[in-house]
Design a protein around this ligand. Structure first.
Ligand code: TNX
Length: 498
């Protein structure tokens, strides 16, 4: 999981024993040993008989992130084209561990595997609720084990600003304490952010930080009232307050509700421009990855002509840092943009005309797209109507089947596959407070996103079917549980669970 490009069964499998040696690249040996210990309970449960070798090495050639895995009676060999490929080969190997006749075996196979898309992401919204470093690291581990390679962090929103900036310390001093529902907030110090980046890098994940502007900025007004416009209260904001509580947003007061689209920065002010330059400048300096996400979504509190001018300016500022600007697809409505961007599509599986036009404009200007269709890839949608956590605005609940049954090239007709950088599964956290809550929503649907992003598109006879996915994801429950993940019962609809 995700389905591999090519697999051939071989004759006899490999039986692990206490005499088995694990050799090769140091971090791959450590990763495999940790997974083996988690899966088998302890090395003591591996019987004494059985020798052979598990060899884990980087070949230094082949497509990026690809690997080859060979298992026969004498041992196991994993060869990554690069360190990431080796890491993914080790994840596949751990999934193959099978309890058999009181011991542990690995079925004989020859696998060749490589990703379909370069960008395979998950998002964590740390603004609606704040999550400790431990939880962020657990999220990274879960995603990386499924060969996902980008961690998008939604670091700011109306409810709080979560990243300490040396150039703008007031943001976390004055605007980080709250969260949805009046829960405790928090923020990442300069050092914490570096630790998240390092934890992600150790699992071959690139951090994509998002500072959402010009909307979703009520918290900025707590630190800098002079650059915040007054909240715009429309019927949708009132309806959300009625349904979910939290009251109506008031300038200068922390917001703890779940409404969206009421806040905006003041556009055209010199102070706003300085703010953007400071924030994105420092963020660029502290972020090794190539992308800075500027948000740009749901700016209903911003006049359209102001919105276009603002997005162009934000794109210009980010591009000047040497990073590639990334933005939710609405930014395409501001075209022509001063430089190409990565557009982040969040409409439904069938794009509406306006969304399709905005996305097409980004592509026409030389940009690329990451797809997060809300009615399939959003991990914060309820998996079924009775689920305790989650929202339902994206076409009602998103079942595991619906999360699996979509094809990236079918979402935006006219956009070629070459313009698709990849796929991302976002987790917005209005209803999510703990790691257990995260697990309850992301499993097993995060595996659907991983398979869509990694595996080849379905062809007749391939494993890319709902029936195959459902059986494979069910079998993975044992490994996930062995790793201490509280996989929800919705995993069981997915099939036999050893
Ligand atoms: C829409 S989709 C949002 C977020 C919310 C989410 C809840 C998008 C770019 N914005 O502000 O958290 O819905 O599902």
């Amino acid at each position: 999981m995700p389905a591999v490009v090519h697999v051939e069964p071989e004759a006899a499998g490999f039986r692990l024993g206490t005499g088995t040696s694990v050799t090769g690249e140091t971090s791959a040996v450590a990763e495999f040993t940790a997974l083996l210990t988690a899966r088998t309970g302890s090395t003591a449960s591996v019987p004494a008989e059985g020798n052979g070798e598990v060899r884990l090495n980087v070949a230094g050639s082949g497509p990026a992130e690809s690997y080859r895995l060979t298992v026969d009676a004498d041992g196991v060999e994993v060869e990554g084209a690069d360190a990431a490929g080796l890491f993914y080969g080790v994840q596949t190997l751990a999934q193959l561990l099978t309890r058999e006749d009181g011991g542990w075996t690995i079925p004989a196979v020859r696998i060749e595997d490589a990703p379909r898309f370069a960008y395979r992401g998950v998002m964590l919204d740390v603004a609606r609720h704040f999550f400790s470093l431990d939880v962020v690291e657990a999220y990274i581990e879960r995603a990386a084990a499924l060969k996902l390679n980008h961690l998008h962090l939604h670091l700011t929103d109306d409810q709080g600003w979560r990243l300490q900036l040396a150039s703008r310390p007031e943001l976390t001093e004055r605007a980080s304490a709250g969260a949805v529902g009046g829960d405790a907030g928090g923020f990442y110090s300069v050092d914490d952010y570096a630790r998240i980046i390092a934890a992600a890098a150790a699992r071959h994940m690139t951090v994509v930080p998002e500072i959402d502007v010009p909307g979703h900025t009520h918290a900025v007004g707590l630190a800098y009232p002079e650059i915040a416009a007054d909240p715009v209260i429309d019927d949708a904001v009132r309806a959300t307050a009625e349904q979910f509580g939290g009251g109506l947003p008031t300038a200068g007061e922390a917001y703890t509700g779940m409404a969206v689209g009421f806040s905006s920065l003041r556009i055209g002010e010199a102070a706003t421009d300085r703010f953007l330059s400071d924030v994105f400048g420092e963020l660029a300096a502290r972020t090794p990855g190539p992308y800075l996400h500027l948000g740009g979504d749901e700016a209903h509190g911003t006049a359209p002509e102001h919105y276009a001018a603002f997005v162009r300016r934000a794109v210009e500022i980010i591009a000047a840092t040497g990073k590639t600007p990334m933005a939710w697809h609405e930014a395409g409505g501001a075209s022509p943009l001063p430089s190409p961007i990565v557009g982040h599509y969040w409409g439904f599986r069938r794009a509406e005309a306006e969304q399709a036009d905005a996305a097409a404009a980004i592509v026409a200007e030389g940009g690329a797209l990451v797809l997060s269709p809300a009615d399939a890839a959003y991990l914060d949608m309820k998996p079924d109507a009775d689920a305790a956590l989650g929202l339902t605005w994206a076409n009602g609940p998103t079942s595991v089947e619906r999360s699996y049954e979509w094809e990236p090239t079918a979402v935006l007709p006219g956009v070629p596959e070459s313009a698709l950088l990849g796929v991302e599964a976002p987790l917005w956290t209005e209803t999510v407070r703990t790691l257990a809550d995260i697990d309850a929503l992301i499993f097993p649907r995060v595996a659907s996103a991983a398979e869509i992003a990694w595996s080849p598109r379905p062809t007749p006879g391939s494993e890319r079917t709902w029936a195959s996915f459902r059986a494979r994801v069910g079998e993975l429950g044992a490994l996930w549980r062995a790793q201490g993940i509280d996989v929800p019962s919705s995993n069981e609809i997915a099939g036999a669970d050893a």
